[in-house]
Design a binder for this molecule. Structure first.
Ligand SMILES: [Zn+2]
Length: 145
């Protein structure tokens, strides 16, 4: 599975790649073997010592399409497996275990609970997740695959 750095020219893309399950770090000037730097800066793209991919679009949806065309990322996506806030891999949990940290309505109705072992954020299935899933499918469905 591909790993990425996103630099500060890329806005929401970091979060979206994490939602798709890709190990994605904010770029802080480092070089890391096997991690592709994504950037909209031609200068940075040219000077980076490792593999780097120059993004042209400024909208994250179109940026994902650019990545799909170059790397075919969607076939390897593991949606909702990684924390969009901090990049850690989420761990399955139960409503019971996180009862005191979620709203009662969620405790009573939601399913598929996951917790981030790094930042502690709790995630669950629901209409918001379905909306994001459909949006990804629409974006990648339009790329000719
Ligand atoms: Zn987290």
């Amino acid at each position: 599975m591909m790993k990425f750095f996103c630099d500060d020219t890329l806005g929401k893309l970091t979060r979206k790649l994490r939602l798709l399950g890709f190990d994605t770090k904010k770029w802080n000037g480092d070089f890391e073997e096997g991690r592709v730097l994504l950037t909209r800066s031609r200068k940075r793209w040219e000077s980076y010592p490792g593999e780097s991919f120059l993004i042209f679009e400024d909208n994250w949806r179109k940026q994902l399409v650019e990545l799909e065309k170059r790397f075919s990322i969607f076939q390897n996506a593991l949606m909702f497996s990684r924390c969009p806030e901090c990049n850690a891999i989420l761990v399955k949990t139960t409503a019971e275990e996180v009862k005191d940290r979620i709203p009662e309505r969620v405790y009573l109705t939601a399913t598929n609970f996951k917790v981030c072992p790094n930042c502690g954020k709790i995630y669950w299935s629901g209409t918001h997740v379905e909306r994001i899933r459909k949006e990804f499918e629409r974006i990648f469905g339009g790329t000719g695959r």
